[in-house]
Design a protein around this ligand. Structure first.
Ligand SMILES: Cc1cc2nc3c(=O)[nH]c(=O)nc-3n(C[C@H](O)[C@H](O)[C@H](O)COP(=O)(O)OP(=O)(O)OC[C@H]3O[C@@H](n4cnc5c(N)ncnc54)[C@H](O)[C@@H]3O)c2cc1C
Length: 449
């Protein structure tokens, strides 16, 4: 298939990924290059398999049923009205030819139908994927927590485990397995997902008179000696204590050794069955960047300069989870993979593209990490921002207001606010829609006669 064309005189800016970095870069470019876009001097294309950007910090609340999952994503076509959005998977970056190959949605993902697209400026923002370890059984029964689909699945799955336990009175083994929930990896994603889902399940037990809260076993397994490093050691210790008071087991300096057939084996010698295993033990740069001809570090990240250009290359830029960006506020270190950096890097990156386009000097990315907020269930939270340490209701309120202010588009802000407001008046929804994962099952059965 011939490469996709842009008008002859137009400079083509191609953005791989429509997540934090990709969407915010495109948003700023379409604002700053408005006149050029109108004249047809510039074209911007964003390629992403999804047609939406996911606001990941709200995934735990979506999983817990406090937010409607559709409201935690921003539709790319609506937000990026002056950009071309292409849904598909980038399979190859060939900078020597200034070309990217992608598999458009609905075509052969193995690459046979790959389509080539050329660029003048390239932004590499494919983010990260879960960092898996070769643990027996993990690939078969574990689940990650990075996408809105995983959040929806987990919500249904956890509620379904309560259904299983309630429907198997007398079968202790089945009940115990269904009511055991194990999370591995105590960063943002793991702690927030665990805390929110436990809160939801405890709430749901009101409708399951046959299950006592003490029968549920919620556990965090963490390899290092601390949890939630994003809020600092003191608040991390406080979080561990607060979760323990809720009956949640926190096992630090412990490794998951095996999960074959849902039988969990831990490095401290404990063995038991668990109906739920969530893997949130870190991320690694998306493999598409490792397979490219761009300079890559030993962790598979694109090597970026402080100006967010790719080292040694002209008009190629990278930021976010898939890039190694020097942290100029901490000599010798690199920016951590988080939304705080991703959003700010996107702004600087877009401004540097505009500077290059106009022949002006680029600026460096400098941002000192200001700390973090985390939700731990309804009315519970922890925060350490600008050295101010908060816990409980105040921190939870700060978590919500901060993320609401960051949520892209007024439309989504209003919908999230409406969800929270409704939650004041109505009880949390506790239906498990298991069929969402197997929508054709009944139809297939019917077709067999
Ligand atoms: C549950 C959870 C909670 C979090 N909470 C916080 C928080 O409270 N605070 C905070 O600072 N950070 C938080 N983070 C981290 C933060 O969300 C990430 O650091 C941020 O999303 C990184 O932005 P990015 O643009 O690099 O990647 P992403 O936002 O992940 O975007 C990458 C995009 O690339 C697309 N893509 C992937 N592969 C391809 C391909 N082959 N071709 C084309 N497109 C591709 C993806 O579909 C995605 O849209 C959280 C993360 C998770 C998972």
């Amino acid at each position: 298939m011939p490469p996709e064309r842009t008008p002859e005189k137009a400079r083509h800016i191609l953005i791989i990924g429509g997540g934090y970095v990709g969407m915010y870069t495109a948003l700023r470019l379409q604002k700053k290059l408005r006149a050029e876009l109108r004249r047809g001097d510039v074209e911007i294309t964003v390629i992403d398999p999804q047609s939406y950007m996911t606001y990941q910090p709200f995934l735990p609340e979506a999983a817990a049923g406090n937010l409607e999952p559709r409201h935690v994503v921003a539709p790319l076509r609506r937000v990026l009205r002056r950009c071309r959005v292409r849904n598909g998977y980038v399979t190859r970056i060939d900078h020597a030819r200034k070309s990217v190959t992608y598999c458009p949605a609905g075509t052969d993902s193995a690459g046979a139908d790959g389509r080539e697209i050329r660029y003048d400026f390239l932004v590499v923002a494919a983010g990260s994927i879960s960092r898996l370890l070769p643990i027996p059984g993990l690939g078969d029964c574990g689940i990650g927590f990075k996408t809105v689909e995983e959040a929806i699945y987990l919500r249904n799955h956890v509620l379904h485990q309560l259904d299983i336990a309630a429907s198997n009175e007398g079968d202790e083994r089945v009940r115990r397995r269904a009511l055991t929930f194990v999370f591995v990896g105590a960063g943002f994603a793991g702690i927030e997902a665990l805390a929110e889902l436990e809160d939801m399940a405890r709430d749901a037990l009101k409708w399951y008179p046959g299950i006592k809260a003490e029968e549920m076993r919620w556990m965090m397994v963490e390899a290092t000696d601390r949890i939630l490093p994003e809020v600092g050691p003191e608040m991390g210790r406080w979080t561990a204590e607060a979760l323990r008071k809720r009956g949640i087991e926190i096992k630090t300096e412990t490794l998951l050794k095996s999960a074959e057939n849902r039988r969990i084996v831990l490095s401290d010698g404990e063995e038991f069955e668990a109906g739920t295993l969530v893997w949130t033990a870190g991320v690694k740069a998306h493999p598409v960047v490792r397979e490219s001809d761009l300079p890559i570090d030993d962790k598979g990240r694109v090597i970026a300069t402080a100006e967010l250009t790719v080292e040694g290359l002209e008009r190629v830029y990278a930021a976010g989870d898939n890039a190694r960006v020097p942290d100029l506020t901490d000599t010798g270190d690199y920016c951590a993979p988080n939304a705080q950096h991703a959003v700010r890097q996107a702004k600087r990156l877009a401004d540097n593209i505009v500077a290059d386009y106009r022949g002006k000097p680029r600026k460096q990315y400098v941002h000192a990490y200001v700390g973090s907020v985390a939700g731990l269930g309804l009315h519970k939270g922890v925060a350490n921002v600008y050295g101010i340490k908060l816990r409980g209701l105040l921190a939870w309120f700060m978590h919500r207001t901060y993320h609401l202010s960051r949520m892209p588009t007024t439309n989504r802000k209003m919908r999230v606010t409406a969800d929270w407001t409704l939650a004041f008046f109505f009880r949390r929804e506790i239906v498990s829609l298991g069929e969402l994962e197997r929508p054709r099952e009944e139809f297939e059965l019917a077709s067999k006669g």
